[in-house]
Design a protein around this ligand. Structure first.
Ligand code: ABN
Length: 167
């Protein structure tokens, strides 16, 4: 067999190994699966992040930027309503949070709900702008239920928008 014949035989065998019907179907399957999955992955991740910033049961919810407590939305209430059997403490602390949906900053009041033992669900401590306890006016680490009518038992914390920050 000449060198030329050997070369042709080699190329033909290679072609037969890679261009068979099964090989074609396998390659097509890989391409279809890959093409289907690749564009979906970043979109799915983006949607998850977006939803969390607008989901009051997630610590990533935009209003919770300065919160420190159990989220009332996970405790039988909502982000703005105390759960049944509890009432808002008369004193609150405030933060300023960016709402990514409209790019504006809002003043948010964090109200503790009092009258039942700690909810224990959705602990969220983002603490943006929080300062140590000895800087009393700038610390969020207080139990504001102390002094409320229902007195000490702290249950959870709401987050109410007070106003938009004008720029
Ligand atoms: N204001 C939320 C909270 C309650 C009890 C203790 C620490 C912080």
């Amino acid at each position: 067999m000449s060198r030329y014949d050997a070369l042709i035989e080699h190329l033909t065998r290679n072609l037969a190994g890679t261009a068979g019907r099964r090989s074609f179907l396998r390659t097509l399957g890989h391409v279809l699966i890959g093409a289907g999955a690749l564009p979906l992955l970043p979109v799915a991740r983006g949607q998850a992040a977006g939803n969390d910033e607008q989901n009051p049961q997630s610590c990533d919810y935009w209003r919770y930027c300065a919160v420190d407590g159990f989220l009332c939305a996970c405790c039988g209430g909502t982000d703005t309503i105390c759960p049944p059997g509890t009432e808002p403490a008369p004193m609150t602390w405030v933060g300023t949070c960016l709402n990514p949906a409209d790019g504006r900053h809002y003043i948010v009041s964090y109200n503790d709900c009092c009258g039942k033992s700690s909810c224990g669900r959705c602990l969220c401590a983002r603490n943006e702008g929080d300062r140590p306890l000895y800087m009393a006016g700038k610390s969020n680490d207080y139990n504001w239920c102390v002094g409320s009518k229902s007195d000490i038992p702290y249950h959870c914390t709401m987050s109410r928008v007070i106003n938009v920050v004008e720029q």
